[in-house]
Ligand binder design. Sequence first.
Ligand code: HAM
Length: 433
Amino acid sequence: MIKRMKGTYDVTEDIAYMHEIEKKIMTVSRLFNYNELRTPHFEASSLFHRGVGEATDIISKETYDFIDRGKRDNTLRPEGTAGVVRAYIENKLYIDPVTPQKYYYYGSMFRYERPQKGRFREFRQFGAEAFGSPHPHIDAEVIAYAVMLLRSLKLKDVTVHINSLGDTASKTAFHKALKTHLRDDIDTLCSDCQTRYEENPLRILDCKVDQDKAVLKTAPKPLDYLNDEDKAHFDQVLQGLRAMHIDVEVDKNLVRGLDYYTHTVFEIKVSKDLLGNQNAICGGGRYNHLVETLEGPTTPAVGFAFGIERLIVALKAANYPLKEPYLHSYFLVLGDRARLAGLALMQRFRMGGLMCNMDFMEKSMKAQFKQSDHQSARFVIIIGEDEVNQETVQIKDQETKEEYTVTINEAYEKVVDLLTAGSACVDCDKGEK
Ligand code: HAM
């Protein structure tokens, strides 16, 4: 039997969580005035090499690359930001008079990582990017947006970790200080860190292997190398967050795994009990030079991305109350003429906004009642030979156990009356059990 590929999974019972998250994403994105942007799942490989950074783990070890039949180099997107920036430049979205231009996206990303709890090779991200404003308060707004999504999902046990890397001058000063500090001990670090020392020294700070070594504990931190301007930016981000009553923890070791960040970086984490080391459910930050690097106009930008699978683990652990799927009516039909009459009436019910299903398996009466139970139908609409002859139906209310016989023409109205009993608003009540 052909099995699914390592690191992938089929969405079966988790679909209800995904739908719930997707609904909240749309609502919260509307509140923050972000519009959805959909970009391709594969792009030219060079986009990610230039955008995310050659020396990052994501690009050096984890991309899914392929050459297509036209001999082009393609890469399955490992993250969303580079593609959104490419789309922003290619579609000249920067001429939109509404500034900053704000977009969100949702979909599969692909990384060739070692699969473990909360880590897949195909996973989903919800991300957002705001283009055009260098103001620190948009960094704060972006974090508020991420936190609002978590609040709408009633997730409380999360911590927002924040740090600042500063812009180019501060980053260069820090890199120099870090390399000087590590120079004599470089041989004592893991092989990954020895490579990082030359190519990406910043990442040594959050190495899981070496984190307890004295040389790392005493290492200089990016925050200590911010120039006055960059420090003022970070202070204003924190001020904006305080104004919105959003608690954050300044984490001097937070550096993030992608090369494009400047200034603010942040991660939202849940407890390690839930997800082990993969406990970051969201990561993001400011990237003031990426649009330029990819040959667009000078455009400061900031954004984040959530890992949907990790969010689902957190929701399950918090016992998030999902509404059970249900039906308004199940059509129990006995015989060919009854099935046809049921089909016609069910179409009227559905056109009137009622969720319905019926028997398509020619099951017995008992088995059809069982099916209606499995699908949590509030009403069973029974149609047999007698009902067809008399142009009636029986309605069984599974909640009150009352039964009614009405004409086919009265059936829809009767069901709506029973669903909305005591309520002035038909539309509100029809949709809720
Ligand atoms: P990232 O930290 O690489 O950032 O990914 C964001 C989130 O995606 C992580 O916090 C995690 O929840 C989830 N994630 C990453 N890799 C996996 C995986 N293999 N399996 C399951 N979930 C995963 C970015 O991707 C940036 N583009 C975020 C950003 C947007 N920065 C600015 N704008």
